[in-house]
Design a protein around this ligand. Sequence first.
Ligand code: NCD
Length: 343
Amino acid sequence: MTSSGTPSAAGRFPAGRRAFPHRDLVGIAQLERHEILYLLEEAEQWVSLNRQSAKHTDNLAGLTIINAFFENSTRTLLSFEIAGKRLGADVVNMHAAQSSVKKGETLIDTAMTLNAMHADAIVIRHGSSGAVELIASKVDCPVLNAGDGQHEHPTQALLDALALRHALRERGQNADDFTGLTVTICGDILHSRVARSNVLCLQALGASVRLCAPPALMPQGIDAMGVEVFHDFDAALSGTDVAMMLRLQNERMQGQFIPSAREYHHLYGLTAKRLAARAPDALVMHPGPMNRGVEIDSDVADMLDRSIITRQVEMGVAIRMACLDVLTRKARGVAGWADGEWV
Ligand code: NCD
């Protein structure tokens, strides 16, 4: 906050525009560049708070947040739960395995049930693309997408951008935006909501994005997103600034997409040798969960000077705090930026 009591983070906000006009966070596709930057800058205060021993605020005191996860999750669920609790909200987790979904309840009935409980924000992970948007259309509170099918995973892309910013800054590089930066995303692009959200977010911040996968795991027509498509990992890695590795999402595959994990590792695995030969200074990222020895070798994942995988996890909590805080401001009657002014 500045001395006048207005947050400095949004100082460069374009005149005539509200800082964050959206009720929900369904995808990066809905966000403009300045809205992405706003969320990243809002998250910085939470990065600092999270590094202190006392990590509690009462910004969201009295609010109820429901995490409704219809798919497995470790990092995303835990970090949304920690984020809500550190902001002072009451956080309730609904696991689909123990819910009435298993008794045949429809998604809309589940949404209506959550709505009737007067949740103040609902965080949803679901196996079907579009499910989060459907629930958002049925409830009265902000809805945050924690991953829907193969569609989007916006908080993952935001936390990746924040982790990258911090790592670039530590290297003394420009991190205000990613102009001039080349990021190579390699893995099961076809089934990955992380890849999709990251392409949109990285491009919005100025980066060039290369996508690399075996032909069977590359979506048709993906080059329409303005990315460079590669099937040869060595070529895709050459001269890249960042290597973002994705696991094979076997649970989404129907049929055989790759001959064997061994062959996949040979062609598309990130090894120390490959990295040294093709991109000796590149940062290494992975959203987790990692399959060590398949898409990434242990010695690469654990490289202290290059791998920012644990940093990504750290930034996940801060980004989710920023998203929950910003999206609940209207309900809390907290002011926001409009027309370049704090109102
Ligand atoms: C990803 C997801 O669930 O989409 N993981 C995550 O949220 N950190 C990627 C994955 O499951 O491979």
